[in-house]
Ligand binder design. Structure first.
Ligand SMILES: NC(=O)C1=CN([C@@H]2O[C@H](COP(=O)(O)OP(=O)(O)OC[C@H]3O[C@@H](n4cnc5c(N)ncnc54)[C@H](O)[C@@H]3O)[C@@H](O)[C@H]2O)C=CC1
Ligand SMILES: O=C1[C@@H](O)[C@H](O)[C@@H](O)[C@H](O)[C@H]1O
Length: 341
């Protein structure tokens, strides 16, 4: 490694381009060394103004490019497994966007591959763990002042969904964040899931089951409900209220400027995750760079990524069947005992 951690970024779409900007201009201690995207033009645009970056259409070529010390995977979920295994084969530390691997069998292969290495190499991009509001809530719950958490009420609303978004993706792409946040906040595993759905919004694309109401049970006896609505039209809203034995705590209410004029008051609502979670992404990537330069891996593990895939898969089955679906996790390898809970 030179003075700066040289990062290969795989995927230069919405998240990849934002992470390239972040690595190149926001965080310290790193530089973008290579970018790969089958759409070479997109990759070229994303690195405009950054020096010393090689552009590739083949992700493996980017891993083998000069000056690459680590990898940030921001390609679509189905491409993650191959990229993670290629990084492991080269001993390269990884930050992998969620979902780590959308199907749980592939996710387990990644867990097993890292466990065979006998050391952690990858962190999964569940950035809410780096959001200041989520961290305050976690500290409050861990402190125990409110007593035992009984329920989490969560809201996850997007203005509109991308064209390729399916009904399953409301769970395995969007709710995957609540799955990880709930496991982390409560320190409990999610054990069963039920999905209810109202008549879809007239503003949802034809055939998309949007919104959905997802209910999780946990091994600690708590309940977690999530309203997920990805074509709400009015804003990006992510909220979480923890109801405990001696009080409740809520995060995610907008706290920007409130403008009051005749007859009413108005507060702006963020329009997307890149704005709402800007600070969280910055802290996540800075923490990853710092830990990698120290030769450590911190943050959500591939076990967390695997658990989220299993729970999401159960959620998709619950959506399809209308029933309650139990979650079955494989035995946790020793490598992840006590990690990031
Ligand atoms: N943490 C978060 O809040 C968010 C995470 N994501 C995650 O980031 C990842 C990327 O999502 P978006 O940027 O929204 O998608 P996108 O569709 O905007 O970009 C994906 C890019 O990857 C490229 N690509 C396709 N196959 C590839 C491969 N094998 N290797 C390298 N590049 C490849 C595509 O050409 C495209 O440019 C997904 O895993 C998604 O779930 C997305 C949005 C927010
Ligand atoms: O990860 C994300 C997207 O992939 C997903 O589609 C959105 O619903 C989430 O809000 C965003 O954080």
């Amino acid at each position: 490694m030179g003075d700066l951690l040289g990062v290969a970024v795989l995927g230069a779409g919405h998240m990849g381009a934002d992470h390239i900007r972040r690595l190149g201009r926001v965080v310290s201690g790193a530089r973008v060394a290579a970018v790969a995207d089958p759409a070479a033009e997109r990759a070229g645009e994303a690195v405009a103004g950054l020096d010393g970056v090689t552009v590739h259409t083949d992700p493996v070529a980017a891993l083998d490019a000069p000056g690459v010390d680590a990898v940030l995977i921001a390609s679509p979920g189905p491409a993650h497994e191959e990229a993670l295994l290629a990084a492991f084969a080269r001993g390269l530390p990884v930050l992998c966007e969620k979902p780590m691997v959308p199907d749980s069998t592939g996710a387990l292969r990644v867990v097993e591959a890292e466990a065979r290495l006998g050391r952690r190499l990858a962190q999964v991009g569940f950035m809410r763990r780096y959001d200041s509001e989520y961290r305050r809530l976690k500290a409050l719950l861990d402190g125990g002042g409110l007593g035992r958490p009984l329920m989490l009420h969560c809201t996850h609303r997007n203005v509109s969904s991308p064209g390729h978004f399916s009904s399953a993706m409301l769970i395995n792409s969007s709710v995957s964040h609540e799955i990880d946040a709930a496991r982390w906040l409560l320190g409990q595993e999610l054990t069963a899931v039920t999905v209810l759905r109202p008549r879809p919004s007239a503003h949802a694309p034809e055939g998309l089951l949007d919104p959905q109401f997802v209910l999780f049970e946990t091994d600690g006896g708590a309940l977690v409900d999530v309203e997920v609505f990805v074509n709400c039209g009015f804003g990006y809203q992510v909220r979480c209220e923890a109801v405990c034995e001696r009080g409740s705590a809520r995060i995610g209410d907008e706290h920007t400027m409130v403008v009051t004029t005749a007859g009413g008051a108005r507060e702006d609502v963020a329009q997307d995750y890149l704005v709402r979670f800007a600070g969280a992404y910055d802290r996540e990537v800075q923490a990853w760079v710092d830990a990698t330069r120290r030769g450590e891996v911190t943050g959500p593990s591939v076990w967390d990524g695997y658990a989220a895939s299993v729970v999401a898969e159960a959620g998709v089955r619950a959506l399809e069947t209308g029933g309650r679906v139990a979650v079955g996790l494989a035995p946790r390898p020793d490598l992840y005992a006590g990690v990031s809970r």
